[in-house]
Design a protein around this ligand. Sequence first.
Ligand SMILES: NC(=O)c1ccc[n+]([C@@H]2O[C@H](COP(=O)([O-])OP(=O)(O)OC[C@H]3O[C@@H](n4cnc5c(N)ncnc54)[C@H](OP(=O)(O)O)[C@@H]3O)[C@@H](O)[C@H]2O)c1
Length: 350
Amino acid sequence: MTFQQETMEHVNNYLDKLTDFRAADMSQSQTALVFGLGLVGGVWLLTQLLTFVRVLLSLFVIPGRSLRSFGPKGSWALITGASDGLGKEFALQIARAGFNVLLVSRTESKLVSLADEIKSKNPSTQTKILAMDFAANKDSDYEQLKSLVDNLDIAILVNNVGKSHSIPVPFSETPDDEMKDIITINCTGTLRVTKLVTPGMIQRKRGLILTMGSFGGLLPTPLLATYSGSKAFLQYWSSALGSELEPYGITVQLLQAHLITSAMSKIRRPSLTVPTPKAWVKTALNKIGRRGGSPHFYYTSSPYFSHGLMAWFITCVVGVWSNWLKNYNLNMHVGIRKRALRKLERSKTK
Ligand SMILES: NC(=O)c1ccc[n+]([C@@H]2O[C@H](COP(=O)([O-])OP(=O)(O)OC[C@H]3O[C@@H](n4cnc5c(N)ncnc54)[C@H](OP(=O)(O)O)[C@@H]3O)[C@@H](O)[C@H]2O)c1
């Protein structure tokens, strides 16, 4: 063998060994990669499964805190938007649980007849009413409310009053007064009432503050943009307030709801996914302190079973920011607007 041939053989041997070594190294790193990905996937799947189990337990099994734990006999609940829909149900059911009720909304005659109904059903319950228009945002109304609140032990506040668009509408075509009223009622009204009630609760080191959120605040909702933004505002405001007030023994909870039969939703017939105010409020009051189908937001609950499962699906499976959901939501509201406009046309020609 010549020197050149010997050298070539050494080089070839060396290259063969290097290739073997690389192959072994590659297969080791590939195995590590597959193992690592499998582990991450497994942990993700397990957390998803545990979240779903937690949602099911919260919606169907574990009861909420008793209302009585927030205030003794003789204490009061203040309910805004109390004369109709969900507010009226909150008033009736909280009064039945043994609290006196301070009822606030726009139409005095409706408040008087609700107060009479409550007293006839629960003779020992005391009631007070205040007719005020939250859209007017008058200091004199809030002063009157303050003088009532300052003399009562308010154990429960239900920030229920709310306004939506009369029909889905592109933002640029939203009537100015509708836009202003939605923000003034939903946001300013809720903040001003809560500010009147919290000092007493902090002093007494107890209380419950419920605020009506909406799926419109969970998901950016086209053609209901101002309403959607106002409810998203309440979502973050309420969660922040929850952190602030927890050390004082006060429970704050934003309640997320999808559609419920009422004057606002304009749906009259209940179904599996559209409960009556009575059914929805009963569940919400039985699940205080539970998150229901809303595991990602703290101090928040989506208490009704079908809404809770929808909230879980939107936040945990599809994702709030998914393109599919964005397009679905847009098409749905474009459809609702078309039907509402046709209905308006028909009512004009009648
Ligand atoms: N229904 C749903 O599908 C649904 C879904 C998600 C969230 N929500 C939320 O749940 C809450 C209640 O909705 P709802 O469906 O029960 O509404 P609703 O049936 O239309 O009742 C609204 C209540 O608020 C009062 N109100 C309206 N405007 C007022 C104002 N400017 N000043 C004072 N009071 C006023 C009304 O009193 P008057 O009758 O005297 O005007 C009535 O008592 C709202 O915050 C809403 O955003 C509802």
